[in-house]
Design a protein around this ligand. Structure first.
Ligand SMILES: Nc1nc2c(ncn2[C@@H]2O[C@H](COP(=O)(O)OP(=O)(O)OP(=O)(O)O)[C@@H](O)[C@H]2O)c(=O)[nH]1
Ligand SMILES: [Mg+2]
Length: 294
C-alpha cells in the first residue's frame, strides 16, 4: 500500500488545521479566525485499505518576536524537513503576495511540494487562475490545486494527488489511530479554542492551559480541572469578566464541546492564573508543553 508523512505548512490562518480536520473526518486540531491558533505539531491520520496518509499539522508562519513564536516556527521548519511530501496551504481569499511566494520558495527542498490554494468558496472565481499562475512561477513546486475545506471542494482530488507522491510501504500507524494526541491534550485545546473565539487579540495569544485533573469517575462523568494561565493581571480581569460572566460563558461553551468529544458528561472547573510574560520564559514555555524540538 501507499503510506507516508505529509507536513502541512503555510502562513498562520491559511486554513491548515481546517483542511486536515476535513480530510481526516474528525477534529484533530482546533481552528479559529485568529492567527497562531496551532502551537504544536499535531498528527491527523487518514487510513483506507489502499493508503495511509499521516498529516503533520504545524504552527503557521507569523512575524512575532516572542520566544514561544520562535519555538513554533522552529517546529514548522523542522517538520517540513523530514517528510515524504510538503503540503503548502495558501489562503487564496487573502490573495497571493510576494511574501507568500517567498515563503513558498523557502520550503522547496528534497520532498515534493504540493500547494493547496484554500478558501476558494469565499474568493471571486475569476481571481483563481491569476493566483494559480503566480504560484506556478515558483520553481520546484510539484502540484497546485485550488480547494475549499469548508465546502469540501477538490478535497478528494487533493488526497489522490498526495497519494501519488507517497512511497509503497506498510502503514506507519494502526488503522484505527486518527491522532497522536491524548484526550487530555485535546480537552485543554478545546478550552483554548473557546478563548480564541471569545476574546480579542492579544489575550488568547498570551494564554496557556494546564491540566490539573482529568479523571473519569465511576459514574462515567469526567472530572476536569484546568488552569488558564495568562500574562497580565488586567488580562485576568478580562478573562473573568464582570461577576465572572466571561469565564462562565467560555467554560460552558468548552464543556459542551468536551462532552461531544469525550462522549460523556463533563464536570469542568477552571481557574485563571497570571504568569508575567511567560511567552518569553524558556522554562515556562517548556512547562506548558511547547518544546520546539521534535
Ligand atoms: N471560507 C473558508 N474559511 C476557511 C476555510 N478553511 C479555513 N477557513 C477559516 O480560516 C480560519 C483559519 O483556519 P485554521 O484552520 O485555524 O488556519 P491555520 O492555518 O491552521 O492557522 P494557524 O494554526 O494559526 O496557523 C478559520 O476561521 C477557518 O474557519 C475554507 O475553506 N473556507
Ligand atoms: Mg492551525
Amino acid at each position: 500500500m501507499k503510506s507516508g508523512t505529509v507536513a502541512v505548512v503555510g502562513k498562520a490562518n491559511a486554513g491548515k488545521s481546517t483542511l486536515i480536520n476535513v480530510i481526516v473526518g474528525e477534529k484533530v486540531a482546533i481552528v479559529s479566525p485568529k492567527p497562531q491558533t496551532t502551537r504544536d505539531r499535531i498528527l491527523g491520520i487518514l487510513t483506507t485499505s489502499d493508503y495511509q496518509i499521516v498529516f503533520e499539522d504545524t504552527p503557521g508562519f507569523y512575524k512575532s518576536t516572542t520566544e514561544l513564536n520562535k519555538k513554533m516556527q522552529k517546529t514548522a521548519r523542522k517538520t517540513a524537513k523530514d517528510v515524504d511530501v510538503v503540503l503548502f496551504v495558501l489562503d487564496g481569499h487573502a490573495g497571493v503576495s510576494d511574501d507568500d511566494l517567498k515563503l513558498l520558495s523557502s520550503v522547496i527542498g528534497e520532498a515534493p511540494v504540493i500547494v493547496a490554494m484554500s478558501k476558494t468558496d469565499i474568493m471571486p472565481k475569476e481571481n483563481i487562475p491569476e493566483n494559480l499562475v503566480k504560484i506556478a512561477s515558483v520553481e520546484g513546486v510539484s502540484e497546485i490545486i485550488p480547494v475549499s475545506a469548508r465546502k469540501s471542494r477538490n478535497v478528494k482530488e487533493l488526497i489522490s494527488i498526495i497519494t501519488n507522491y507517497l512511497p509503497e510501504q506498510d502503514r506507519i500507524f494502526k488503522e484505527d489511530v486518527v491522532s497522536d494526541k491524548s484526550e487530555k491534550f485535546m480537552v485543554s485545546e478545546i478550552l483554548r479554542e473557546k478563548i480564541l473565539l471569545k476574546l480579542d487579540k492579544e489575550i488568547p495569544h498570551g494564554v496557556a492551559i494546564t491540566v490539573n485533573t482529568f479523571e473519569r469517575q465511576k459514574n462515567g462523568v469526567y472530572d476536569i480541572n484546568l488552569d488558564i494561565v495568562c500574562e497580565k493581571q488586567n488580562h485576568k480581569s478580562i478573562i473573568i469578566g464582570k461577576n465572572g460572566a466571561k469565564i462562565k460563558e467560555i467554560s460552558a461553551f468548552a464543556r459542551q464541546d468536551m462532552e461531544k468529544f469525550l462522549n460523556a458528561k463533563v464536570f469542568l472547573t477552571t481557574y485563571v492564573k497570571v504568569k508575567e510574560n511567560w511567552r518569553d520564559k524558556e522554562s515556562l514555555i517548556s512547562e506548558f508543553g511547547y518544546k520546539g524540538d521534535l
